[in-house]
Design a protein around this ligand. Sequence first.
Ligand code: NAD
Length: 329
Amino acid sequence: MNDQLIVVAGAGGFIGGHLVADLRRRGHTKIRAVDVKPLSEWYQVDKQAQNLVLDLNLRDNCYTACKDAAEVYCLAADMGGMGFIETHKAACMLTVLISTHMLVAARDCGVKRFFYSSSACVYNADKQKSEDVIPLKEADAYPAMPEDGYGWEKLFTERMCRHFREDFGFQARIARFHNVYGPFGTWEGGREKAPAAICRKVIAAKLTGKHEIEIWGNGKQTRSFMYIDDCLKGIDMITHSDIIEPLNLGSDELVTINGLVDIAEEIAGIKLKRHYKLDAPKGVNGRNSDNTLIQKLLGWAPPTRLRTGMEKTYHWIYDEYVAKYGPRK
Ligand code: NAD
């Protein structure tokens, strides 16, 4: 497989950038990386890859992206953390243009494997009302009541992948990512997710000496967070498996948002006065990944402890922060 052409759509983003680097490390020589952002804004650039700046909302561009490819990883999406998806529902749903055109183009170009990055946001909201969570099993996506906007698009595209298999014999593989974090991700600007936002706020407090932090919601919301290395391993295993149904890809180490702040404070070596912004976007009250199925089918589940992953993420954001704002903002 190593000299067959692999396409990563959304390669300028967080997970896509890491995926290109991972494919390179695993010996792939022909990689096409595609994103709508100018190359100067990509989080990671592999200079040996064929790097294309294309708007994948447009059908013809999807054909350009998929031409001669053996495998396609479809990660391109207009998305962000809760602050973004709760306020940009139409934009999130318009990603259906990317997903649809990529599926059609991949089918017509004879692509052998298609990986689709779905999300834990497909799960029924009724099952996520309490902080005291029952971890979400794959079957809990139905009856459908996903996250408004973003989650509906993900669930719809999952179904399309399924019907492309049934009707055209198309080989799609689907992972439902649960909150992925790590270096080379968005850490400011409004699209960042909780681990990066909290690291940034703690770093700012440490550097400015203003020992306070604003937390979205009451801090009691529960979540799990998967370190990027586990995400990459899971993508590879799922893509090359014969598992045709969507599979959870997430950590099952549950933490409250307050607990996540505790970890960041501990890494920074400071304690902050907490202010709770109760009207801020905060998503569901509780969510965790049930990893029974992935354990059963792959004999593996994401193992990285939150403390370990946060340490690496914190130090990366710290360096970025200082490089941008100087040692004191
Ligand atoms: P990201 O925003 O960093 O990357 C997505 C990339 O897609 C961006 O670089 C963006 O420019 C690109 N893109 C957007 N519109 C495009 C277009 N029209 N044409 C070409 N490229 C376009 O996000 P990420 O965190 O790397 O997420 C990757 C995928 O994983 C997404 O599909 C996302 O929905 C899914 N996902 C991520 C998480 C997470 O925690 N990061 C959780 C669940 C699902």
